[in-house]
Design a protein around this ligand. Structure first.
Ligand code: MG
Ligand code: ZN
Length: 221
């Protein structure tokens, strides 16, 4: 069997980083209303797009530099990610980062590892009094989930119908992408969701595990 053209779509928060950076920012900088907004997102009363927009609108733009410094100093990149990036380059497999995070922390944390053209995330506007989130990758006509950064739409845009699509993620925001994937590599809450919906997946904790999963597949394909 010949391996088709492959592409990897990898989540950022909780997948490449050990924990969720939006939650970390809100815990540290936002007034307590943020928790109520977060709970409404989790209970699906409001969309991810609406929730993330409202949470960042709680933060004054003058805090930009402190927030950025806080994240760059505190976020941890998961073990093996650097080696994994090198592996995908050697194998010639395009690696796209698809993230519901925001450019001002996603891009500095990936600097020197991933080219900006391969990063799909939300953007930020600091020109007003409060942080305004911009949505350059909103849902296409096939998605009405109001995702904010719409992972299924990005996959549809980048992959052909015969592309072998590998999705790596950790949470509910990766579920719609996982449904479109040929192979799902999952941790944490995404495992539970895949089990519930009978989506096949391989579990991972580090990117060394991810490489092992992909190498095994090459041998047996
Ligand atoms: Mg995530
Ligand atoms: Zn969408």
């Amino acid at each position: 069997m010949t391996i088709k053209k492959q592409m990897i779509f990898c989540d950022f928060d909780g997948t490449i980083t050990n924990s969720d950076n939006i939650i970390a920012i809100m815990k540290k900088f936002a007034p307590e209303e943020w928790e109520d907004i977060k709970n409404k997102v989790l209970s699906q009363e409001i969309s991810i797009k609406e929730g993330v927009g409202k949470m960042f609108a709680l933060l004054p733009t003058e805090q930009k530099e402190v927030i950025k410094e806080f994240i760059v100093a505190n976020a941890e990149i998961r073990d093996g990610f650097k080696e994994f990036v090198a592996y995908t380059k050697e194998e010639g497999i395009p690696l796209y980062i698809v993230s519901g995070g925001i450019d001002f922390f996603v891009e500095p944390l990936l600097a020197g590892l991933i080219e900006e053209t391969n990063i799909y995330c939300n953007q930020s506007d600091f020109s007003g009094e409060k942080i305004n989130i911009l949505w350059p990758h909103a849902c296409d006509e096939k998605c009405n989930n109001d995702c904010g950064c719409c992972k299924p739409s990005i996959i549809r845009k980048l992959a052909d119908t015969d592309t072998y699509k590998i999705v790596i993620g950790d949470s509910i925001t990766d579920l719609e992408a996982a449904k479109l994937a040929d192979q799902v590599i999952a941790r944490d809450f995404l495992i539970k969701k895949c089990e519930e919906q009978s989506i096949a997946f391989s579990p991972f904790e580090t990117f060394y595990n991810v490489m092992d999963i992909l190498k095994k597949r090459e041998v047996t394909a």
